[in-house]
Design a protein around this ligand. Structure first.
Ligand code: ZN
Length: 251
């Protein structure tokens, strides 16, 4: 089975379309959360994800933008964007957002894998370093956890008590790039496919991944997209300029 993994699209339609255009054939599509927030095309992105029949997990911005959580934990810029998103979402899309399930999501048709936004222990927790991921790796009932939230492509492995970072090893450039890693037996993994709509690893290109269960490989992708249009939508919405500027530097 080929599982396409998208996370943290954040209302960036141009990045989503570029990612989908570049994506290989797949059998299941997973959205690991934060489909909206920050970007200027929340309704269009939700509609696209709905039409694609994705399996969804909710993110913290999905909760904030749909009024399920308040904006107190958000910095002022994120709160402003969440407030704007809440105002422009159609009633139908608002309802869809509110109904997204909390992770971890496990499915009978995809054994040995679970899907979360932050971590399996807490949907709002950031797994940035090995130490953040250790407890989740040790406690995990499955071999592979796919997560988002940090907007950093890559993740962590645990084998025989030794935890390590998993780095995709895609260098900076402005071209289409992809890189395979093969999963080792008797090893647990927590893997972030990267952020489609607002990467924060210093690489502006849209990030995502494909997990092939037959070959036990994960392919990480970085795809250039029409960043000027995505920025213009943010500016047209009168969202903070910083949200447009950060897309160009991948921070
Ligand atoms: Zn996010």
């Amino acid at each position: 089975m080929r599982i396409l993994l998208l996370s943290d699209i954040h209302g960036n339609l141009e990045a989503l379309e570029a990612a989908l255009d570049a994506a290989p054939a797949y059998d299941r599509l997973i959205n690991l959360g934060d489909v909206v927030g920050y970007g200027g095309s929340p309704n269009e992105v939700i509609q696209r994800v709905r039409d694609l029949g994705a399996i969804n997990i909710r993110g913290n911005h999905d909760k904030a933008c749909s009024g399920l959580s308040d904006l107190e934990d958000f910095n002022p810029i994120a709160a402003l964007a969440a407030y704007w998103t809440r105002q422009v979402l159609t009633p139908e899309n608002l309802e869809w957002l509110r109904a997204l399930p909390e992770g971890p999501v496990r499915r009978r048709d995809i054994p040995g894998v679970q899907f979360v936004h932050g971590s399996p222990l807490d949907e709002d927790e950031y797994m940035i370093g090995v130490h953040d991921a250790l407890e989740s790796l040790v406690m995990s009932p499955v071999a592979i956890t796919f997560f988002g939230h940090t907007h950093l492509q890559g993740g962590f492995s645990l084998q025989g008590g030794a935890a390590e970072e998993v780095r995709p090893g895609i260098g900076l450039s402005d071209a289409v790039a992809r890189r395979n890693i093969t999963l080792l037996p008797n090893t647990r993994y927590a893997i972030n496919p990267g952020s489609v709509g607002q990467p924060r690893d210093g690489d502006w290109r849209a990030g995502f991944a494909l997990f092939n269960t037959a070959t036990n490989t994960i392919t990480f992708y970085r795809i250039p997209y029409d960043i000027q249009s995505a920025q213009q939508r943010i500016l047209d919405a009168r969202l903070p300029e910083r949200l447009a500027a950060r897309l160009a530097v991948g921070r």
